[in-house]
Design a protein around this ligand. Structure first.
Ligand SMILES: Nc1nc2c(ncn2[C@@H]2O[C@H](COP(=O)(O)OP(=O)(O)OP(=O)(O)O)[C@@H](O)[C@H]2O)c(=O)[nH]1
Ligand SMILES: [Mg+2]
Length: 357
């Protein structure tokens, strides 16, 4: 799963990209004239993984992750810049909204920028819909084909929504309709997270700023949050007690980027199941509602193919038992589930499988 960073030029996208992925791509106050695309992997902090690690002392610990793609800034009216394959294929958008002061860029206005970006997404989708409708009408004019008529009617409906400024993510669609539209990779259909990039002096105000913007951001599959990217970069450079002291000075319980990572993960519709053992403790990302057999396939395609049963237990029970599976079994807390069982967030799974040689 992949999240795409969007936002006006110089809003702090690359700074945030570095924070999310632990990269160190150069950021610049002034335009370098280069439109670069960066991709990286973000690791999702999960205290449960830390606890499981302390229980099992594995050789290796692996956190859940997702991909991040960072593009050049998109100025108002320049939505052509959104036409990158990597970006069209993103599963969700992370919109970096500048709220820090910068003389060269003028006064910050997060409300305006959120509105402008939403409009660019709507207009980009509207162009696609209009182009497709023209073709469909021409084809239907020659010969009436049922699937084309169905598609036209659906596009006419969503066009009306887009024209009244309703993003596609707010549209109620049947599974069939959803499937029909998927190929278009509509931008306003992607879940979006508007993240306000605050001035370092304003972080005590973070929650208030976000609350003030609630009415602006359309609610469906839309989140709002804040970060102060530059100060977070400083926090990330510190370790242990030094970091704790610095956070305490700022009035933060943890680096804000940790919260952002978890929120991105949730926005992508991902949850984690765990596998544990002496070799590895690992969190595996799966879309919410994934069947046990498909979850097994995330670990290895052979395990999905030869799937017999999943031994499943809750995270809390395992921690309460100090990691002793024998105790869980004795208490009847180790369940055997079939391939259609829906794996839930935080469950520990052990797959039984058999692959014919
Ligand atoms: N004061 C302040 N400056 C910031 C903050 N975040 C980013 N900046 C600065 O803004 C400038 C641009 O940051 P980038 O991360 O390169 O912004 P960008 O959105 O990737 O820019 P483009 O890719 O050129 O559109 C840099 O000089 C950053 O140091 C912040 O939270 N506070
Ligand atoms: Mg950049």
């Amino acid at each position: 799963m992949k999240i795409g960073l969007v936002g006006l030029p110089k809003s702090g996208k690359t700074t945030l990209f570095n924070l999310l992925t632990g990269s160190s791509v150069a950021t610049a106050r002034y335009d370098t004239g280069r439109a670069e695309l960066h991709t990286g992997v973000a690791r999702v902090p999960d205290p449960r993984v830390d606890v499981l690690r302390s229980l099992f002392n594995p050789k290796k610990t692996t956190y859940a992750s997702f991909e991040v793609v960072d593009l050049a800034g998109i100025a108002k009216g320049e939505r052509a810049g959104l036409e990158t394959k990597e970006f069209r294929n993103a599963d969700a958008l992370l919109h970096v909204v500048r709220a820090f002061a910068d003389e060269a860029l003028g006064a910050a206005d997060p409300r305006r920028d959120i509105g402008d970006l939403e409009t660019e997404l709507l207009l980009a989708d509207l162009e696609v819909v209009e182009r497709r409708l023209e073709r469909l009408e021409a084809s239907i004019g020659k010969q009436r084909k049922e699937p084309e008529i169905k598609e036209r009617d659906l596009l006419v409906r969503i066009k009306a929504g887009l024209e009244s400024e309703r993003p596609l993510r707010a549209e109620t669609l049947t599974a069939d309709e959803d499937k029909l539209l998927r190929g278009f990779t509509f931008l306003s259909a992607k879940p979006i997270f508007h993240i306000v990039n605050l001035d370092e002096k304003a972080i005590a105000d973070g929650e208030r700023v976000v609350e003030g913007l609630r009415g602006t951001a359309r609610r469906v599959r839309t989140s709002l949050g804040w970060v102060s990217a530059v100060i977070e970069t400083e926090i990330a450079r510190l370790e242990g007690e030094e970091q704790q002291a610095f956070l305490a000075d700022l009035g933060l319980a943890e680096p804000a980027i940790r919260r952002v990572l978890r929120e991105c993960y949730a926005l992508l519709g991902l949850v984690s199941f765990f596998t544990v053992g002496e070799d590895e403790v690992r969190a595996w990302p799966i879309p919410e509602g994934t069947r046990a057999q498909d979850a097994a396939g995330v670990v290895h395609s052979d395990i999905a193919r030869g799937f017999i049963r999943a031994e499943v237990n809750g995270y809390d029970e395992l921690v309460a038992a100090g990691g002793a599976f024998a105790d869980l079994r004795a208490k009847g807390q180790l369940r055997l589930e079939g391939k259609d069982y829906i794996v839930r967030d935080g469950e520990v799974c052990h797959f039984r499988f058999n692959v014919a040689k």
